[in-house]
Design a protein around this ligand. Structure first.
Ligand SMILES: Nc1nc2c(ncn2[C@@H]2O[C@H](COP(=O)(O)OP(=O)(O)OP(=O)(O)O)[C@@H](O)[C@H]2O)c(=O)[nH]1
Length: 324
């Protein structure tokens, strides 16, 4: 059997071409170029697949590469057979080429729907443009959402920091300011004072004129206090009819003077409800021995003293008063 396969004694193909140089040149040149090309193409395919591992056409590409390689081998056998008669080997190679070609063709047709569904460059460009416009829309929506969140956060912060009845700082905000003043005092030794202001007999206003009027009085009082302090000072509602004023860079004596100015201004105030009110004020100044809470407690003690002494007066905390 092997003898038959490797029997090169059959008539070489060159005899059919009558060994004419022009025919030999055409067959030889054509086959040689084809063999070279058919050897390079499979390598090109394998190199491409190696570089593009994301493509899922490995099977068909390998078949295609194999089919080309076998075609090249057929042409090579044809070349050899010009001088030798190995037609059996050429036949085997041709048959194998035929089989692999048919398999490749069948696989190609089966793959056709997938291949056709691969989007064209134009389709990809159009999809890309659609995605770009979608991205722009999303960015704009995101911007407007961020703006709304920012506005809402500012609004919530404003609500948390502002007392709704009086319009001055809420208890939370004024206590926060006090903590910061205290930290600054600890770090830079900047003195500051506080005033605790309380309306005298405010309960009577509520009882005689109603809660609504009471609210209006609190609002007008807050505005009066705010208009009598400097820009760096802070006014906040400590609770009920009590107001806390923080006076940065203000020693006790100046704070007392300012408190008395406020007291007089409140006394002279013309309220929309035609009521007159007075207030009592406790003054305390920071010192090394106390905390911010201790300072509030001292102002409360001084206020208590002012109330007990007959109201409508200012009392500064003195060391004789017991700390609360
Ligand atoms: N209208 C109004 N009244 C309030 C508010 N918060 C507290 N009050 C009232 O303020 C009054 C405080 O009364 P008291 O603590 O007895 O003090 P006072 O009547 O001012 O008497 P002295 O402080 O001792 O001069 C109470 O009647 C509370 O109901 C508020 O937001 N609005």
């Amino acid at each position: 059997m092997l003898d038959r396969i490797f029997d090169g004694s059959l008539m070489p193909h060159g005899h059919c071409l009558l060994w004419r140089w022009d025919l030999l040149f055409l067959h030889l040149g054509g086959d040689l170029l084809t063999v070279m090309a058919y050897s390079l193409i499979p390598f090109g395919i394998f190199y491409f697949l190696h570089k593009r591992k994301d493509l899922n056409f490995n099977g068909i590409a390998m078949l295609f590469g194999g089919f080309i390689a076998f075609c090249g081998a057929s042409h090579l056998a044809g070349l050899i057979n010009i001088w030798h008669g190995y037609y059996f080997i050429e036949g085997v190679i041709k048959f194998a080429t035929g089989v692999i070609s048919i398999v490749t063709a069948v696989c190609l047709w089966r793959l056709m729907p997938t291949l056709i569904s691969i989007p064209s460059i134009d389709m990809l460009k159009q999809r890309n443009a659609e995605l770009e416009s979608l991205r722009t829309e999303l960015e704009e929506a995101n911007k407007s959402l961020e703006e709304k969140v920012k506005q809402r956060t500012q609004e919530l912060e404003r609500q948390a920091n502002t007392d709704t009845v009086t319009g001055v700082a809420s208890r939370f905000a004024i206590m926060d300011r006090l903590s910061r003043c205290y930290l600054e005092y600890q770090r830079y030794h900047r003195p500051f004072s506080i005033l605790m202001i309380d309306v005298d007999h405010f309960k009577d206003i509520n009882d005689n004129h109603g809660h609504q009027t009471g609210d209006t009085v609190l609002h007008e009082l807050a505005m009066c206090i705010a208009s009598n302090v400097r820009q760096p000072d802070s006014v906040g509602r400590y609770g009920g009819e009590e107001f806390l004023v923080i006076l940065p860079e203000t020693p006790g004596e100046q704070a007392h003077e300012l408190a008395d100015r406020i007291r007089l201004a409140v006394e002279a105030m013309t309220l929309t409800s035609n009521i007159t009110i007075t207030c009592s004020i406790g003054v305390a100044t920071i010192s090394a021995s106390i905390s911010d809470d201790g300072l509030v407690s001292r102002a409360d003690k001084a206020l208590y003293k002012a109330k007990n002494a007959g109201r409508n007066q200012v009392v500064s905390y003195a060391s004789g008063m017991a700390d609360g």
